[in-house]
Ligand binder design. Sequence first.
Ligand SMILES: C[S@@+](CC[C@H](N)C(=O)[O-])C[C@H]1O[C@@H](n2cnc3c(N)ncnc32)[C@H](O)[C@@H]1O
Length: 268
Amino acid sequence: MSDLYADIINLPDDITNQIASVLELRATDPQQQSMSTSLLKDLGTLDNAKVLEIGCGTGAIARKIAIWPGVAETVGLDPSPIFVNQACNLGKEFKSLRFVLGDGTDVPFSDESFDVVIFHTTLCHIPDSQSALLEAYRVLRNNGQLLIFDGDYSSITFSIDNNDPLQICAQEAQSIISHDSFLIQTLSKKVTDIGFFVIKQRSFGYISENDSHYLLTVLDRGADSLLKRGIVSTFLAKALKDEARYRLKNGNFFGRIVYGSILARKQS
Ligand SMILES: C[S@@+](CC[C@H](N)C(=O)[O-])C[C@H]1O[C@@H](n2cnc3c(N)ncnc32)[C@H](O)[C@@H]1O
């Protein structure tokens, strides 16, 4: 098992459709909504801005950007035809929002054509992240803003004490959930090397609450991967999943992922 998003165009349609539902479900999560609102506020006052979201998926964040104050035009770009079709359908009521099929490492827009470029939980899934950042730099106008938000997947934890067996699911999930689980730790240098000026870096904690649906999917992916790699048997994989659900019922399930963001400006 590996990062599914990194090979999105080669996945079977049923898996891509399942992922599409997860993306839309995630966008309804109050903690995710509050993180994205807070993140967009970092852009400050916008005026007539043209915004590109690279790796827009089904368009949940692009729809939010499209009605953000000061945004005149929003474009969502994604390599998956299934995601782009769904994004077009879900976003059809939104004026000045459109979706385009394309790859973040070869953006189909001319130089200096956007005021803001956003990667929302996407850059860690692009194996050649440097090319994607170079493309963001190219299509941004001088003084344009780059906003990146991603999971610091090296931080996933399900531990409630030392040597908690659920932590093996976190460790395994770390290596399969994204292409680069240490992206956030290295991002400042990556964007600076390209010529961006870093304005602000932040971190956000996503913690299990009453509805731990998303974190349970992460734990299950870890257990399934351990099973697939032959590290554990079906008995232990099931026991790990059962333990998580037992804790949830018992009120002592804990899960946390830290997210990080960076806001940078193009200075040519
Ligand atoms: C976790 S999803 C995020 C979707 C959306 N930004 C959101 O937050 O709802 C990651 C997205 O990255 C896209 N992606 C994968 N490889 C890409 C590439 N090379 N260029 C652009 N997007 C890519 C996937 O198709 C997927 O839509």
